[in-house]
Design a protein around this ligand. Structure first.
Ligand SMILES: C[S@@+](CC[C@H](N)C(=O)[O-])C[C@H]1O[C@@H](n2cnc3c(N)ncnc32)[C@H](O)[C@@H]1O
Length: 370
């Protein structure tokens, strides 16, 4: 007889829930995990535990919804090779910058050079009729555009692109308390819930550019000290229903998008606008924009099943598919079945704290299927 869902909640000793004290934010966002904000990531410690338990040592792991690259970065740290696929060009840029091997001496000399040039910026004011003109004060926009002009002169232009995006995110005309999902530009003073006083949106970007350039350098250096030697990550930009996944893999670990929650392109809109990245949002599975109508849910089930079926086909025999998800609509029994997978274990993880204004108690499941 097939085991019931409840019976599948494993009684195994696997630590996946930590209090804020046990696992403070600086640990969850250590080294390159904090190169740029990203909503909807899982934490490296979950990947660390899952790799150690389910994926053969020193193997190759696949994440077909790789996002900001948590699986790849932790994979490298834990001694695995890793392949990550994502539809969103900015996410791929970010993953690539996080996981590349660097000549740290050259990187440092470039970053220090660019910081010196930013200190001497006298960029004036810039206007724009579109998104950039609406979301940035003229001086901040001029500084961001002046920085963008410099990119082509540097070997590590991609690292600087991530710095530019992060500075742009901080320099948008938003309130201090709504950097995650600002709906409209904030012009002029406002009552700030975060600082409990009148605040003004920022009108400069130069200080962010300098600060984040140096922070990025420090984080890449820190990661280089802990990543395993001889291990590499490959980033594939495209739709996981279609791209060549390669293989064979020793395990798949992923946290898929969930219907109606997050628009993964839109959350980094400033980066697409400034960097001219390809926008494939119409192919996003489960985007917030598509909503949660019956037809949207059906398309989601079909899309995720197709990706997991392809992932399964790229795995070695008995290698696991490990999915971290808060399946409040109970869609995953059907998804697994359609993907030709059988649920072996189901673990529950208590997420104590999330960031930003969405903070609150929250659970997610870890589904282990084969
Ligand atoms: C929940 S996030 C993954 C977050 C990741 N675990 C991390 O820690 O950063 C889901 C990701 O799936 C990506 N995605 C959505 N539809 C996709 C598709 N058709 N092919 C590949 N990636 C897709 C989104 O761009 C998003 O980055």
């Amino acid at each position: 007889m097939a085991p019931t869902q409840d019976a599948l909640y494993a009684e195994i000793d696997l630590e996946l829930s930590w209090s804020e004290k046990e696992l403070p934010e600086r640990e969850r966002t250590r080294h390159v995990h904090r190169l740029h904000p990203y909503l909807g990531k899982f934490i490296p410690q979950v990947v660390e535990v899952l790799l150690a338990r389910y994926v053969s040592r020193a193997g190759r792991v696949l994440d077909p919804f790789a996002g900001s690259g948590t699986t790849l970065v932790q994979g490298l740290e834990s001694g695995y090779d890793a392949v990550g696929v994502d539809l969103a060009a900015f996410n791929c840029l970010l993953m690539d910058v996080k996981t590349r091997s660097y000549d740290l001496f050259r990187l440092e000399s470039e970053i220090r050079d660019v910081v010196r040039r930013v200190e001497a910026f006298d960029a004036g004011a810039a206007t724009d009729q579109g998104y950039l003109g609406r979301w940035f004060a003229p001086r901040a926009l001029a500084e961001l555009l002046a920085f963008r002009e410099l990119l082509g002169e540097y070997e590590h232009a991609d690292v600087l692109r991530v710095v530019l995006a992060r500075a742009a995110r901080s320099a948008r005309l938003t309130t201090h308390f709504d950097l995650d999902f600002p709906r409209a530009p904030q012009v002029g003073e406002y009552w700030c819930h975060k600082h409990k006083r009148q605040c003004r949106p920022v009108d400069r970007a130069e200080h962010f550019l300098r600060r984040y350039a140096l922070d990025t350098l420090a984080r890449i250096k820190e990661f280089s000290r802990v990543r395993a030697r001889g291990r590499e990550a490959v980033v594939i930009h495209g739709d996981s229903r279609e791209v060549e996944l390669g293989g064979p893999f020793d395990g798949l670990i992923t946290s898929p998008p969930y219907p109606g929650l997050i628009d993964y392109h839109e959350q980094h809109r400033y980066a697409y606008e400034l960097l001219g990245l390809a926008d494939l949002r119409s192919l996003e599975l489960g985007s917030g924009e598509q909503g949660t109508s019956a037809s949207a849910l059906a398309a989601y089930v079909e899309g995720i099943s197709a990706v997991l079926a392809r992932g399964r086909a790229a795995l070695r025999a008995r290698a696991p598919v490990v999915i971290v998800v808060n399946d409040r609509r109970d869609l995953y029994p059907e998804i697994l079945e359609r993907a030709g997978l059988r649920l072996d274990e189901r673990l529950r993880r208590h997420v104590n704290r999330r960031t930003g204004r969405r903070a609150g108690e929250f659970y997610e499941d870890v589904l282990v299927a084969r």
